[in-house]
Design a protein around this ligand. Sequence first.
Ligand code: ASP
Length: 336
Amino acid sequence: MHKAPLYICFFSIFFCPSLKAICQFTSQNSHQPKYVLVIHGGAGNITKNNLSDSTAYKEKLTEALEKGADTLKKGGTSLDAVVIVIKILEDSPLFNAGKGAVFNSEGKNELDAAIMDGKTLKAGAVAGVTTIKNPITAARAVMDKTIHVMLIGAGADKFAKEQGLDIVDPSYFFDQKRWDQYLKNKDKSSIGDTNPIMNKYGTVGAVALDIFGNLAAGTSTGGLSNKKYGRVGDSPIIGAGTYANNKTCAVSCTGTGEYFIKNVVAYDISALMEYKGWTVKKASEYVINKKLKTQGGDGGLIALDNKGNFAIPFNTAGMFRCYASSNGETKMMLFK
Ligand code: ASP
């Protein structure tokens, strides 16, 4: 009695192309994660020899990953998850962002951060700030509360104060380990000009896809160790170190910022996907391991597409990186 409708169903699925397409789409979708979060804590000379004890780094990244994933799981937006993750890493002296920011050539901390919403293409950034405890929150405020994309220096610090964000004395960013690093490199030719990969890893970034299908990307950094005063890297520049577009992907970069700016890296990956139809993996591998590498630009990035596929290419010895998704996958990696 029930067999006839079953036959009809089987027959129509097999012979009706549009029904077949619907079935295929549904089955692909059932494997598609509802949310994905990918985080980086910088790329550089990260090897087992250089980092004999990685426990503290792993613990902090795990804390950020869990809090961010929990936000996405509870229906929080990708923008919220990105801010939560980056704030945690900014508050840790382990990473070159917020509290752990490196010193510039004058022995000062100048911080950069950016965030972008893949749904609206709205973006916010701050650069060269010295008193904002969590630059990523200021970037978000620029995006949410102004008609602008980027505020710099004293103006950005003033804006953050007006917004009621946490303001600290510049001495808050003092960290002995970073200061020793600064002193060691001080008398050499400017690291910001010549050999930027030394001792400078630790920029932080996050990309997320939320249950509403929206992508977001954020990056925060103290920049390059011993960089020239006033220097701005790629991290706060939309399209260079940070980019998100629901049509394609969300990207956060880390490495020698000048190369990422000149190659408009984050947007380049989105453009390769949009105009050439490349996958997120093909586009980001090409940009990091071919284009940038041939020019001598070192670093890596995290890139996540609107289906939850992601890539984490880097051309340095290592990169702090981890991810979690609604499929239950979670992983942390440091070395090659
Ligand atoms: N890209 C950052 C900058 O150039 C530094 C880094 O990612 O380590 O400011």
